[in-house]
Design a protein around this ligand. Structure first.
Ligand code: IP8
Length: 256
């Protein structure tokens, strides 16, 4: 499966971030059509929650864990992000791609807020059959804190470490990772403090926005796995391996 692509669709590109529970249907349909037009090679998608899930997770304080007092938030947050997943999968099917929703809560495990296991064999088998697994940031039960909010970026880091993807791309609402003066940083090859990077988290984002993303991608890079961050309008360029004007986070063993 070495030619496979792993693609993250940011919650901010699929939803109206300022309106809780409102999807950007036009964007979802356009992205689905672009993905369906991509030639028949293995693809796995992970999407963020945007305005489906972050407001609920925030309201119930799930980023700090869950217990008897806030346990209702688990089902409510999961249901919200599953709704978005259903829309994304529905749009892919409508566009002619074979896709299926996979919910991390059902079979994953976290420890102190970090994803430590997610069954990858079904994903691999689905991709071999030409079906696109579509995962999402989710609530995951946690050994230490009851439950955790696991971002789509954490899932990308986990899958990138455990499956042999040819390329890993993250489509966002910015051109790439931006420096303090607003320019695209074309390549990150060492450890760069996520705090010095522009485009932090929005008030509603419980998983750390761009800073959280960079942390996950740097961890992936430390295992020798590179990734690319680009604007969603350049998705066809990423899919077809053309320049996309974004940022490449280089693996430490990657001299390309
Ligand atoms: O939007 C967050 O995932 P993200 C998942 O990728 C939930 O950070 C349920 C808020």
């Amino acid at each position: 499966m070495s030619e496979g692509l792993l693609l993250k669709l940011g919650g901010s590109v699929l939803t109206e971030k300022r309106r809780a529970g409102v999807a950007d249907s036009q964007a979802i349909v356009k992205i689905a059509a672009e993905i369906a037009a991509y030639p028949d090679s293995p693809l796995c998608i992970v999407h963020g929650a945007g305005s489906f899930g972050h407001p609920e997770a925030h309201q119930y304080g799930l980023a700090r864990g869950a217990g008897r007092n806030n346990r209702q938030g688990i089902a409510i947050t999961h249901r919200a992000v599953c709704r978005l997943n259903q829309m994304m999968v529905g749009a892919l099917l409508e566009a002619g791609a074979d896709a299926i929703g996979i919910h991390p809560l059902s079979g994953s495990w976290a420890r102190a807020g970090r994803l430590v296991s997610l069954e990858t064999r079904p994903l691999q088998r689905l991709m071999e059959m030409g079906i696109i697994p579509v995962l999402h940031g989710d609530v995951v039960m946690d050994e230490v804190q009851g439950a955790a909010i696991v971002s789509g970026d954490q899932i990308i880091r986990y899958l990138g470490e455990h499956l042999p993807f040819a390329r890993i791309g993250l489509a966002t609402d910015v051109q790439g990772v931006l420096s303090g003066d607003g320019r695209v940083i074309t390549e990150i090859s060492g450890i760069i403090d996520p705090e010095v990077i522009a485009g932090g988290s929005s008030h509603m984002d419980v998983t750390g926005g761009m800073g959280g993303k960079i942390r996950e991608l740097q961890e992936l890079a430390s295992h020798g796995v590179p990734s690319e961050v680009f604007h969603v309008s350049r998705l066809p360029d990423f899919l077809h391996a053309r320049p996309h004007g974004g940022t490449r986070i280089r693996g430490v063993r990657d001299h390309g």
